[in-house]
Structure formats: structure tokens, C-alpha cells
Design a protein around this ligand. Structure first.
Ligand SMILES: NC(=O)c1ccc[n+]([C@@H]2O[C@H](COP(=O)([O-])OP(=O)(O)OC[C@H]3O[C@@H](n4cnc5c(N)ncnc54)[C@H](OP(=O)(O)O)[C@@H]3O)[C@@H](O)[C@H]2O)c1
Length: 348
């Protein structure tokens, strides 16, 4: 089958990782074009990939890229504050879009993006790459087969020091920075993927950086059970997230028959399944999955998009658009509690 031609809009740090991922699947895909709004930056980006993608086209505007009829899909990798505008541009040009996380600055932007994709029948997906990694697929299989019984509790911890320089986008309020949108989306999306619903209740604690963005937070979510009840037992998930320090990058999914521990869960490299003993006290590891981590890992979301687009789908069954919008609503609710408003939101 013909190579699928991806294009990139926004040639920053993550775009380079995505390009490396594409280079690992040459039979399925190629990086056909890259566009930056900063003149000359797309050409610099292309020079890094001269051996992998010697024919890479470059554009100094997203508008020119949107008009290129040979683009099969666009990966949007600019700032959180810029996703909506770029996504709308490409959707209106009829291009399938993979949009970096967080999908938008807030839920109302996400709704507009999704409504545009749906009204035009064009594929759109949040680039929550974790869901497409082989380890996450195996965890999904274990949970769906009931191998930990009924999921009752999840615990996540995720901390990467991202405040080393004050001009970083992660610290800048005007660039949609903060631990929640940069890191917190990962455990919150993970919980949503496995609990299959938005939390019914939440309790959180936050500390802020000098710029006003959230630097670290703890959140506890409570979910309803399969019958829509909050009782008889607690279904909860707790995340500790920080961009002002290092924390273990782990997730545990705990059921009534056992639990699963995933290390480096957001770029998942190993999952171990434990079973509770008949004595009601012991637990033993019964299965471990740690496949070789190939390339940067971003190729798996690209492969999923190709599969969906070729099947004629307009959204992903693994990262559905309604869930993306719902997740943005959860992030909004947390920011409301913390009184964090981005300048773009004040300007309407
Ligand atoms: N999936 C993941 O693992 C992962 C990891 C990191 C980040 N991300 C997400 O990917 C997106 C980009 O993150 P990144 O770390 O790659 O960002 P970055 O390198 O700082 O910038 C990416 C692009 O954003 C635009 N940009 C940056 N600073 C700007 C400024 N001051 N004014 C105007 N435009 C500016 C530029 O687009 P042009 O090239 O068009 O000028 C730049 O190439 C974010 O949404 C982030 O949350 C995802």
C-alpha cells in the first residue's frame, strides 16, 4: 500500500520526536511536509531529517500547508493556546488532524473543534499517544478480560522538573502552561480510559508557580459504578502531579481480584499483573509485559490514525472525541477551583 503522507504544523521539540517515530515505520508512512510560522524554522527542522526524509517539503505558513493537495493528515504540534486555530484551518481544508495534548485550552474550544470536524466529516483525534503504546494495549486487554476483577481504585504519580527556566512554555500563563495541561492530562486521561466515565466528585490541592500557573497538585476523583451508583463501594482515583520536582511515573489499577502496576506509564515500558491470594492478604505477580520500546513510541498513534482514515472513520474508537471534550471539562473544573484563567480566556 502507498505510504501515508503526514505533515507537521509547528516544528518544535515534540514535532521532532513525532518525526523520529514516523521514520521507524517507513513502509506505512512518511513525513511529507513541515510548516512553521517562524520563517526559516521549517527548513532548519527539515535539515535534521535529511537522511530519513530527503524530499521533505517545507512551508513558512500553515495556510500554504493547508492548500497542499498531497497531504494525507496533519499533526498539530504548536502551543496549547494555538491548537484551536490551526486545527480549524486544516479541518476546513478537509485534512484529517492529529492534535497534540492538551487538545485545547479549555472545553469550549474543544467543542468548537469537534463540531467543525463532525460537520465536515473529517477525521480528528487528540494525540494521547500513551493509549496506543503496546503496554497500554496489554493493560486494556487484562482489564477488559476481568483479570483484576472489578476496577475499584487507581493511583498515579507523575513529576518532571519543567520549571528550570522561567521562559519555558510550561511556566508561562500566556502560553497555556501549568502542570495540569502539560502532565496532569496523562493520569487524568488514563483514569478516564479505564473507568469509562468522568468523575462524579473531586477534591484537589494545588501549589502555584510565580507566574500563576499550577506547579503541582494532588487530585482525588470519585466515580459511579457500572449501575450509576456511588455506593456500595468506593471507586476512586488519585493522582499526584508536579512540574517542580521529580516523582515516580507510575500508575496502579486496583481491582477486587488483583492489580496492575505500570512503570513510566505515560511512555509505558512495563506492566505487571498481580493476583490477590485466597488468604485475602497476599498478592503475587502472575504476568509481566515489557516489550522492547521501539523508536520514540509516537509511531503507534500515527499507525492508528492511518488505520482509522483508511477505514473511513472520522474519529478514533480508542480516543473518542466526546471523551476528549469531557476531559477538557474536567481540566476546566480543576482550574476553576484553583482560580487559574489564561489570558486568552479573559479576552473571550
Ligand atoms: N505527546 C507528548 O509527549 C508531548 C510532549 C511535549 C509536548 N507536547 C505538546 O506538544 C505541544 C508543543 O510542545 P513543544 O514542547 O514541542 O513546544 P515548543 O517546542 O516550545 O514549540 C512548539 C511550536 O509552538 C510554536 N511556538 C513556540 N513558542 C512560541 C512563541 N513564543 N510564539 C509563537 N509560537 C510559538 C512554534 O510553532 P512554529 O514552528 O509554527 O513557529 C513552535 O515550533 C504542546 O501542546 C505540548 O503540550 C506533547
Amino acid at each position: 500500500m502507498k505510504q501515508f503522507r503526514f505533515a507537521i504544523a509547528g516544528t518544535g521539540a515534540i514535532a521532532a520526536q513525532f518525526a523520529k517515530g514516523l521514520a521507524a515505520i517507513p513502509e506505512e508512512a512518511t513525513l511529507y511536509a513541515a510548516a512553521s510560522r517562524t520563517p526559516g524554522k521549517a527548513a532548519q527542522f527539515s535539515a535534521q531529517f535529511i537522511s530519513e526524509f530527503p524530499d521533505l517539503k517545507t512551508y513558512d505558513s500553515y495556510e500554504e500547508l493547508a492548500e497542499d493537495p498531497d497531504v494525507d493528515a496533519v499533526y498539530v504540534a504548536n502551543l496549547n493556546t494555538q491548537h484551536k486555530e490551526a486545527v480549524l484551518l486544516f479541518l476546513k481544508a478537509g485534512k484529517p488532524v492529529l492534535c497534540e495534548k492538551p487538545f485545547a485550552l479549555n472545553q469550549s474550544q474543544a467543542e468548537e473543534m469537534v463540531a467543525t470536524a463532525r460537520s465536515r466529516g473529517v477525521f480528528l483525534m487528540e494525540a494521547m499517544w500513551t493509549r496506543f503504546l503496546p503496554v497500554t494495549s496489554r493493560v486494556r486487554e487484562w482489564v477488559e478480560k476481568g483479570q483484576i476483577g472489578t476496577l475499584l481504585t487507581a493511583n498515579a504519580s507523575f513529576g518532571i522538573p519543567l520549571m528550570t527556566s522561567s521562559d519555558r512554555r510550561t511556566v508561562a500563563l500566556e502560553k497555556g502552561g501549568g502542570a495540569l495541561l502539560d502532565l496532569g492530562i496523562y493520569p487524568i486521561s488514563y483514569f478516564s480510559h479505564f473507568f469509562h466515565e468522568a468523575p462524579e466528585q473531586m477534591l484537589s490541592f494545588v501549589t502555584k508557580a510565580h507566574t500563576g500557573v499550577d506547579a503541582a497538585f494532588d487530585v482525588l476523583f470519585r466515580y459511579r459504578d457500572a449501575n450509576g451508583n456511588l455506593a456500595p463501594y468506593l471507586r476512586t482515583a488519585k493522582a499526584t502531579v508536579a512540574m517542580d520536582r521529580t516523582l515516580p511515573e507510575t500508575v496502579e489499577l486496583v481491582g477486587d481480584k488483583g492489580f496492575i502496576r505500570v512503570s513510566s506509564f505515560w511512555m509505558a515500558d512495563r506492566a505487571t499483573r498481580y493476583q490477590f491470594g485466597d488468604d485475602g492478604v497476599s498478592a503475587s505477580a502472575v504476568e509481566e509485559y515489557s516489550p522492547e520500546f521501539l523508536s520514540t513510541g509516537y509511531q503507534y498513534e500515527a499507525l492508528h490514525l492511518i488505520h482509522c482514515v483508511r477505514e473511513g472513520r472520522t474519529e478514533s474508537p480508542i480516543m473518542p472525541l466526546d471523551e476528549t471534550v469531557e476531559l477538557m471539562g474536567t481540566l476546566d473544573a480543576l482550574r476553576r477551583e484553583w482560580k487559574i484563567v489564561y489570558p486568552d480566556e479573559r479576552n473571550g
